[in-house]
Design a protein around this ligand. Structure first.
Ligand code: GLU
Ligand code: ZN
Length: 287
């Protein structure tokens, strides 16, 4: 196994795995395995109000039932506060961090897509307020391994964004950047619902002097009405007793060629996935 490639699957435990999340799990697994890389699993449990320990157990059991085994012990973001605080310190030392007292309501009233920097020079005491990172007005470009060149000016699209939420709770953008760097992740393979977070994450990587991984965004599994499969749209939990068929369905949603019917165990099927995975077949859009 090489350390030139370390990939990961990083679910938030908001519910059991469904077809959509299995597509991300299998896509990240296959891309890592095909390149003789490592594959890690990280449970992104930083929001106790939305997440539950039961969902964590269900996700872990479901991955196991589908033969998707991580190369190292599963890690949990709730263990990592110390590292997120260290990252906030780095931003604070660079004077890139400030507390924000704006409410959702006050921001909505501004009718602007990006945060206009209202609290930038207010010097609010941090206490448990939300903290925002100061973002420069510059275009960030990266090459997605499936979608090609993507550009975004974060300052204009979202503005100074939140890295620690009121509470305080660590924000996804901060936690994901810190952990991808700590775990030496080289390839981030995930659903394209996360595409528009990528430029923000790159902006943070630069401020924190973290290496920038490669990105590959997978098509989203959608329901018959074209809506993303998710708990919110009532996606069904995977039936672990039907694991092989679930893998077949996920593989087909990844645009890959149909494997022979003669593969009758998850293990045989995954061996096939490992050798036959082809990035060029991954569709740009879900069908
Ligand atoms: N935890 C995030 C989610 O489940 C995904 C994080 C990532 O892959 O960057 O939506
Ligand atoms: Zn503010």
């Amino acid at each position: 196994m090489s350390t030139d490639y370390i990939g990961r699957f990083a679910p938030s435990p908001t519910g059991p795995l469904h077809t959509g999340s299995l597509v991300s799990a299998l896509g990240s697994w296959a891309d890592a395995r095909h390149h003789n890389g490592k594959w890690l699993v990280r449970i992104e449990d930083i929001d106790p109000q939305r997440e539950s320990p039961e969902a964590t157990t269900q996700i872990v059991e479901s991955l196991f039932a589908h033969g998707l085994h991580a190369d190292e012990n599963i890690t949990y973001q709730h263990d990592n506060s110390q590292y997120y605080n260290e990252a906030l310190d780095i931003l604070r030392q660079q004077q890139k961090l400030y507390a924000c007292t704006c409410t959702r309501k006050s921001l909505r009233a501004l009718d602007q897509t990006n945060y206009p920097g209202t609290c930038r020079n207010q010097q609010h005491a941090e206490a448990d307020l939300a903290l925002r990172v100061l973002i420069e007005d510059a275009t960030i470009a990266f090459k997605d391994l499936v979608l090609g060149q993507v550009t975004e000016n974060v300052c204009q699209s979202v503005g100074d964004f939140i890295v620690r939420r009121r509470g305080p709770l660590y924000a996804y953008q901060l936690a994901v950047v810190v952990d991808d760097a700590r775990q030496n992740i080289t390839h981030v393979v995930r659903g394209s619902d996360l595409l528009d977070n990528t430029a923000r994450q790159i902006a943070l990587q630069r401020l924190l002097h973290c290496p920038q991984p490669e990105y590959l965004h997978l098509p989203l599994a959608v329901d018959d009405d074209g809506r993303k499969l998710s708990k919110q749209t009532g996606a069904q939990a995977l039936d672990n007793s039907n694991a092989l068929n679930n893998l077949r369905e996920a593989w087909s949603l990844l645009g890959q060629k149909t494997p022979p019917e003669s593969l009758v165990t998850c293990q045989q099927f995954l061996e096939h996935c490992k050798s036959h995975w082809c990035r060029d077949l991954v569709p740009l859009k879900s069908s």
